[in-house]
Ligand binder design. Structure first.
Ligand code: NAG
Ligand code: NAG
Ligand code: NAG
Ligand code: NAG
Ligand code: NAG
Ligand code: NAG
Ligand code: NAG
Ligand code: NAG
Ligand code: NAG
Ligand code: NAG
Ligand code: NAG
Ligand code: NAG
Length: 632
């Protein structure tokens, strides 16, 4: 039977469908399992083939596999045990009774191996962000490869897929696939796995197999931490060290460790958006100290170290003997320092900012002498010590204030020797004096102190300043000014009746300081002259039109005053003419005229006598511009 087949195959065209001789209808042979059949490798495959032809005489299978055939009327089934061929085919054929045709149907039989063992291999489960790490998927004995798909997965996400669509390999193979993954923050604490899918659809099944999950951790420690601390620290003082590092991931799982000379400090750690800061205090004891800062993430550590120095610098001690001293005494100033390390120090001794002359007793001591002077009072003595470190200068000071006592001293600016006051206005002599303690000042004239200054208080005052250290005196000339007043307008000449043609002289009798300015208001200005200061007015060749009111006004800085006087110029000739012409006037008038003449003469004699008497006592003469005036 098997021997016949090759001939049949060669002689007859392979047909799966022929028109049925009996019915005239087309009929066919069909392998019920389809034209492509997947079978798991090394297992048994059962196939069934049917013929639709009425005149089917015989049916059989052709295969290179070990077979066990069962025949029905118009069907045949075969059992193929232990399929160990990866790619083979089977043929079902039917021999028709009344025809010489042979109908056949071929099917491809492909063995498969479902993925059973999938392993994921990561070199490191802690990965640094942005670095590449290989992820390997190990899959044992899978076939066929072209239906195999391998996914590298992170959680539910697919990172990478490998397919083998065009491969010719049909046998089962072990796969070792590597994907280089760039670590990301998103990977942190995510499960990584390999998924293998063997997709035999639509003819076969879809097999899936996944590796175990490997949880990875990712981290970032990109930067070196920076340490902020003082380069120099005074011995015994506390140093604050700060450390900062950015870009730390995951910051919440990281820590910052600060050490001082290798010993852990109790640091306060803060985290903000991947930036971590730590702050701690410590007291270094050695001359040199080291602070280290280490961000720690699980077993990952990045260390930075800084070196600082410890110096010794005691406070300067300033002794001033005596800070309370009398002017002229020597003040001794002693400034010393207990210790300084490094011993590079400079003293700067000053009083009121000016340098003091000092002697260097030792590297650590200065001794200065200051002859106390007035100007040194209340000044500060400063002992400024500088410690010179290689890149820094540290200074410390001690100071004391001087109290130099000295007797009173007058100066022209504080107590002018010429002063002016105004009568009636509050005001007193302006006089101060320097001195320590502050001196007491008193100004007297003839032993008396004045409070309300009047014109009579002008004169020289003796001002005295007194304190515990002594007394000083100063003469102050005081002028008391006052407002002007006119006491009278005196007719100097003529005495008595002013007759036409006479020369009339009027004087405005006034007082005032400073001397007032005079101004006249008169009836007629012609043939009138003034004295140089305008205090006196002279009418030459007086006429009746010069009669009237003569007003004198005076002014100085403190006020003004005005007084008027009526002057009458008489025409004697008119009177005499009237007497002569007035016949009716008779003796009475003549007697009156004679009487008047006699009276006039008497007045002239009286005036002469008065002038004689006035010349004898000039001291009492009226002074128009005098400070004092007296009327006689
Ligand atoms: C097929 O399977 C049998 C047992 O099930 C085993 O003994 C044999 O070695 C297998 N053959 C192959 C080629 O794997
Ligand atoms: C093969 O198929 C035919 C038709 O469907 C059926 O009658 C027969 O029982 C089948 N044989 C086997 C072994 O299943
Ligand atoms: C096979 O033969 C049986 C009777 O012998 C018939 O009932 C059936 O329809 C036939 N099947 C085909 C596919 O022709
Ligand atoms: C099986 O072999 C045949 C012939 O050698 C070939 O054409 C076919 O592509 C192969 N099938 C697979 C799945 O490799
Ligand atoms: C992966 O498979 C290869 C070959 O099958 C094997 O040599 C290797 O040891 C496997 N690796 C791991 C980690 O299982
Ligand atoms: C692996 O992780 C994924 C995603 O979280 C989850 O769906 C799956 O069940 C896990 N597999 C195993 C074996 O734990
Ligand atoms: C560390 O500092 C914290 C807060 O500043 C404090 O509560 C704690 O007692 C300190 N621990 C030690 C050992 O000094
Ligand atoms: C000393 O101190 C005074 C006042 O502070 C300063 O003006 C002067 O420059 C200093 N002299 C030196 C040498 O430092
Ligand atoms: C200065 O010394 C005088 C005299 O000893 C004293 O009365 C005064 O109170 C002192 N002043 C200060 C500011 O110490
Ligand atoms: C000083 O005052 C006394 C009494 O108060 C008085 O008698 C004397 O005249 C005054 N001396 C002068 C110059 O004013
Ligand atoms: C004040 O003047 C008087 C008189 O001229 C004089 O004796 C006295 O010494 C002067 N006093 C002072 C402090 O100048
Ligand atoms: C005197 O008075 C006249 C005007 O009346 C004036 O021009 C002159 O300046 C005055 N002279 C003085 C010294 O006051």
């Amino acid at each position: 039977m098997l021997l016949v087949l090759p001939f049949a195959l060669v002689a007859l065209p392979w047909l799966s469908q022929v028109p049925s001789a009996a019915a005239g209808k087309p009929c066919s042979v069909t392998i019920l399992e389809g034209s492509t059949i997947y079978v798991e490798y090394n297992t048994t495959l059962s196939l069934n083939c049917t013929s639709s032809c009425e005149d089917t005489q015989d049916m059989n299978w052709e295969t290179s596999l070990k077979k066990k055939t069962v025949r029905g009327g118009n069907w045949t089934s075969v059992e193929l045990s232990d399929v160990t061929l990866w790619n083979t085919s089977v043929i079902c054929y039917a021999l028709l009774r009344n025809a010489e045709d042979t109908l056949q149907q071929e099917a491809a039989v492909i063995a498969y191996r479902p993925p059973v063992s999938v392993n994921i291999v990561l070199d490191e489960e802690i990965m640094e962000v942005n670095r590449s790490y290989p992820i390997t998927c190990n899959i044992t004995n899978v076939a066929p490869l072209r239906n195999t798909l391998v996914s590298f997965r992170r959680g539910e996400d697919t990172l990478h897929v490998v397919t083998f669509e065009n491969t010719g390999t049909v046998e089962g193979v072990n796969l070792q696939l590597t994907h280089n993954h760039i670590a990301q923050k998103a990977d942190h604490r995510m499960p990584f796995s390999c998924l293998v899918e063997l997709d035999l659809q639509p003819e076969g099944r879809l097999f899936k197999a996944s590796s175990k999950n490997v949880t990875v951790r990712t981290f970032a420690l990109p930067e070196k931490p920076t340490i902020d601390m003082p380069l120099y620290v005074e011995k015994g003082s506390e140093v604050t060290a700060k450390c900062q590092v950015s870009g730390v991931f995951p910051a919440e799982e990281a820590n910052l460790r600060l050490t001082l000379n290798g010993e852990d400090l109790n640091a306060t750690v803060k985290r903000m958006d991947g930036t971590m800061t730590a702050e701690a205090q410590g007291s270094p004891s050695s001359a040199e100290y080291t602070v280290s800062c280490s961000p720690i993430l699980w077993d990952k550590v990045k260390v930075t170290e800084n070196i600082g120095y410890v110096y010794t610098f005691s406070n300067p001690v300033l002794q001033v003997t005596d800070a309370n001293t009398k002017m002229g005494n020597d003040v001794t100033i002693n400034c010393s320092l207990a210790e300084a390390e490094p011993a590079d120090i400079r003293f700067n001794m000053t009083v009121g900012g000016a340098p003091l002359s000092c002697e260097e007793v030792s590297l650590f001591q200065q001794l200065c002498t200051l002859p106390a002077q007035m100007k040194d009072h209340a000044k500060e003595v400063v002992c400024d010590v500088q410690l010179r470190l290689p890149s820094q200068i540290i200074s410390k000071q001690a100071s004391a204030r001087l109290n130099v006592t000295y007797g009173p001293v007058f100066s022209d600016s504080d107590c002018p020797s010429v002063q002016t006051l105004v009568e009636g206005r509050t005001g007193t002599i302006s006089c101060r004096a320097e001195g320590n303690p502050a001196p007491y000042i008193k100004c007297t004239k003839d032993g008396n102190e004045t409070s309300d200054f009047a014109r009579a208080d002008s004169g020289t005052y003796l001002c005295t300043a007194t304190n515990s250290e002594g007394v000083a005196g100063r003469n102050v000339t005081v002028t008391v000014e006052y407002q002007p007043t006119i006491s009278d307008i005196e007719v100097i000449e003529p005495k008595g009746v002013i007759t036409k043609g006479e020369t009339v002289t009027l004087r405005c009798l006034a007082s005032g300081l400073p001397p007032p300015k005079y101004r006249w208001s008169i009836p007629k200005v012609e043939s009138v002259t003034y004295s140089s200061d305008n205090s006196t007015i002279t009418v030459h060749d007086a006429q009746t039109h010069h009669s009237g009111s003569y007003a004198c006004s005076i002014t100085n800085a403190h006020g003004s005053h005005k007084l008027e006087k009526n002057i009458r110029v008489t025409d004697l000739m008119q009177i005499i003419l009237a007497a002569v012409l007035g016949a009716a006037a008779g003796c009475g008038l003549l007697t009156a005229a004679i009487g008047y003449y006699l009276y006039y003469r008497a007045q002239k004699i009286r005036k002469y006598k008065l002038q004689k008497a006035g010349q004898a006592s000039t001291g009492q003469k009226l002074m128009p511009n005098g400070e004092s005036s007296a009327t006689h």
